[in-house]
Design a protein around this ligand. Sequence first.
Ligand SMILES: NS(=O)(=O)c1c(F)c(F)c(S(=O)(=O)CCO)c(N[C@H]2CCCc3ccccc32)c1F
Ligand SMILES: [Zn+2]
Length: 263
Amino acid sequence: GAKWTYNGPEGEHHWSKHYPYCGGAFQSPIDIKSELLRFDPTLRPIEIQNYNLSPNEQLTLGNNGHSVQISLPSKMHISSLPHRYTAAQLHFHWGSSGRPSGSEHTVNSKQYAAEMHVVHFNSDKYPNMSMAVDKSDGLAVLGVLIEVGEFNPAFEKFLRFINGIKYRDQRVQVPGFNIRALLPARLDEYYRYDGSLTTPPCYPSVLWTIFRNHVTISRKQFLDMATGLYSSHAQESSPVPLNGNFRKPQLVDSRVVLVSFKE
Ligand SMILES: NS(=O)(=O)c1c(F)c(F)c(S(=O)(=O)CCO)c(N[C@H]2CCCc3ccccc32)c1F
Ligand SMILES: [Zn+2]
């Protein structure tokens, strides 16, 4: 589709011109405010299957011009939702070296350094992502808030290859690793709400699960991601840094944010 960016004339305030859903309801991300929260005792711990990938299998690490993404094998899935949601890819949103706040979801207006999204589609009802992406029960995304702090060895499994995908549409193969290690320890504490893709076409098709607890990466790891990538192709004369790739919080309207934990 038409090109879109996070700033300037194709920035988020203009997305709805080519992508009407971006101006619609049920948009993501949101500011997760305490007064919106409602404890739901039926929210079970998230259960994931086959996230521990062998180094013998290869994953594609790529720069798609909007984010850094890792394609995921279809044996990975979420088994604790009403339908099976099969993993498709994971990607990140981050700030910049000057503004190390780049998460999409905020918690009581606190913006984290970065955010990881593991994108899954409802494989009980749809054959692939493309068929699921615009259906109201099509997608389930697991969100992880990321702070700068302790070095994170799990992130190093792919960050050590990031200089091979500096430019848009570059891809490298990386050995599989335990994707579960990128998630926080507790999968039983999370925020849950109905929302959308946070990029065009912004379809309101996402069941969002944002884990309560953040993970940390070191400042160097953050800078590797926030300063090492460009949204322009390698041969372009003026390189465009890829950072600040986060959408601002959207109107919640009458939506409720459910929480799986009490205090
Ligand atoms: N924040 S978010 O809403 O989760 C989110 C992003 F922010 C994001 F940048 C991407 S993207 O990297 O593909 C670049 C722009 O589509 C996706 N892709 C999804 C939705 C689009 C179609 C598709 C097809 C196969 C695999 C993943 C996806 C995305 F879902
Ligand atoms: Zn995302």
